[in-house]
Design a protein around this ligand. Structure first.
Ligand code: ZN
Length: 331
């Protein structure tokens, strides 16, 4: 059984978020590389410094940071590390606007989300809660300019091995996994987590195009990564995954069960995004909870619309979803 490259070390950094600690990976060798950077928060900074010191390094020694996606628990400290070390940053082009101006990106995206919430019948008070939660996120990072880009098919050398970049949107539009074929190691960050199903976070299109269907992409990319037949996946949170195809089958089955629940909830009715989210997630409390639950249900509606099992109908400015009779489905 191949084992992951010995020059790759896990540094677990605490985060102030419900997900718990984030896994950052230190790749020794030339250039000294960090995969992800943790949130800008004192406990994370201290854990990073301690973790580096345990391997005989300092923040100032880091030469390169690879950022796997734009979420603050993964990128928050990157700007500070660059200021202290002069490290090069590599990430998918999708992530650049977020790295450079997180607040600006959020403000530019607000009309997109507001339209979805309006059509989805989401109450004003919930919309305000979500806006406040999203505003608060920027405190966990510093803006970062000058990152270089990597994309599907590129290769990177670190930890004494060659890694292939795979662009795997779903949890986030600019998410990349890194694949090392000799040891069959996949650095999967939030694309594959052992103990929790990652959220297919709703995101606006880049430029004019249609809204990306994140759950549809996510399941497709999960199958593609399982197809590499990894011996081990090293995730962004929690324990390593030793049975990637088994985990992917479990995730696909989980999403199918949730889709069945949505179909059962629709049962002859025409319901909005909000009317579907409420019964399926009755115990939400924070703005972030509501945002992730609405993203999840929208993801499932996209999936069911793609298979022809539901269709949207518009009236009075609201988008209502209905279960489509078998005879009208395509294919
Ligand atoms: Zn994430």
């Amino acid at each position: 059984m191949p084992s992951p490259p010995s020059h790759l070390h896990l540094l677990s950094l605490p985060t102030p978020f419900p997900v718990g600690a984030v896994n950052v990976y230190l790749a020794e060798g030339d250039p000294l590389t960090l995969i992800d950077a943790g949130p800008k928060d004192e406990p994370a900074r201290a854990a990073l410094e301690d973790g580096l010191a345990a391997h005989g390094h300092r923040v100032e020694d880091i030469r390169r940071i690879v950022l796997t996606h734009h979420h603050v628990d993964h990128i928050g400290l990157a700007a500070e590390i660059v200021a202290r070390s002069g490290a090069e940053v590599l990430t998918h082009p999708y992530n650049l606007p977020w790295l450079e101006d997180y607040v600006g990106a959020r403000i530019r995206n607000a009309p997109f989300y507001n339209q979805i919430w309006d059509e989805g019948g989401v109450p004003e008070q919930i919309v305000e809660m979500m806006a406040r939660a999203s505003e608060g996120v920027a405190q966990w990072l510093d803006p970062l300019t000058g990152a270089n880009t990597i994309d599907e098919g590129d290769t990177l050398a670190f930890a004494d091995r060659e890694w292939r970049v795979h662009h795997t949107p779903g949890h986030a539009g600019g998410l990349i996994c890194l694949w090392e074929p000799l040891s069959r190691t996949l650095l999967s960050n939030d694309h594959l987590l052992r103990d929790i199903s990652s959220n297919p976070v709703m995101e606006p299109p880049v430029g004019q195009g249609p809204r990306p269907k994140r759950l549809v992409e996510y399941l497709r990319e999960m199958r593609r990564m399982a197809g590499l037949d990894p011996a081990i996946a090293l995730p962004g949170h929690g324990e390593a995954i030793h049975d990637v195809p088994g985990l992917v089958r479990k995730r696909i089955a989980f999403h199918r069960r949730r889709a069945e629940k949505i179909l059962a909830t629709l049962d002859g009715e025409r319901l909005t995004l909000w009317e579907l989210t409420r019964p399926l997630f009755p115990r939400l409390s924070t703005g972030m909870d509501f945002f992730l639950a609405l993203s999840e249900i929208q993801g499932h509606l996209d999936l069911l619309a793609e298979s022809g099992e539901v269709e949207p109908t518009g009236a009075d400015g609201l988008l209502r979803w209905k279960h489509r009779p078998m005879s009208k489905r395509r294919g």
